[in-house]
Design a protein around this ligand. Structure first.
Ligand code: CO
Length: 151
């Protein structure tokens, strides 16, 4: 996967595209994590699945389940963290879309081969001990995009 195949005329016949297992979660930047969790509980019956401070990202995150879907709420613990800068610049709101993949290393190689600009060229540890990496929004029509895998 990920390599182009050339036909006899030398033109690119097909490129094996990265396969995702679906949307793993939507990331939402919030000013107040407790208040946001309560909002999602009250409005959507969401259940708190996990909550964790990630010091090296300057973020406190809460994962909520609603139906078969997951929303990740992100609050900055430091103003100069990526989420802190996002909030200062754009205010609370949609932050990223995360796709689950079976092999994040392979997916990063495929994304790179397809010309995507990677924020993380190597996977790093995300919530739940998942492996995560981000793709620059300039490569995805303005949407910060995360790929997630369990291993
Ligand atoms: Co995420």
């Amino acid at each position: 996967m990920g390599s182009s195949t050339r036909c006899s005329k030398g033109a690119v016949a097909s490129i094996a595209l990265m396969e995702t297992l679906g949307i793993h979660h939507l990331g939402v930047a919030v000013d107040d994590l407790d208040e946001a969790i309560e909002t999602y509980r009250r409005l959507f019956g969401a259940e708190l699945e996990h909550r964790e401070v990630v010091p090296d990202q300057g973020v406190e995150a809460a994962s909520l389940r609603t139906g078969g879907s997951r929303v990740e709420l992100l609050a900055a613990t430091e103003a100069d963290s990526p989420v802190g800068k996002f909030l200062a610049k754009r205010g609370p709101g949609m932050h990223h879309v995360a796709y689950e993949v079976s092999d994040i290393g392979l997916s990063l190689a495929e994304l790179s081969a397809a010309g995507a600009e990677l924020v993380d060229t190597e996977p790093r540890r995300g919530l739940f001990g998942l492996q995560v990496a981000f793709v620059h929004p300039d490569s995805v029509h303005g949407v910060l995009t995360e790929v997630v895998s369990r291993v």
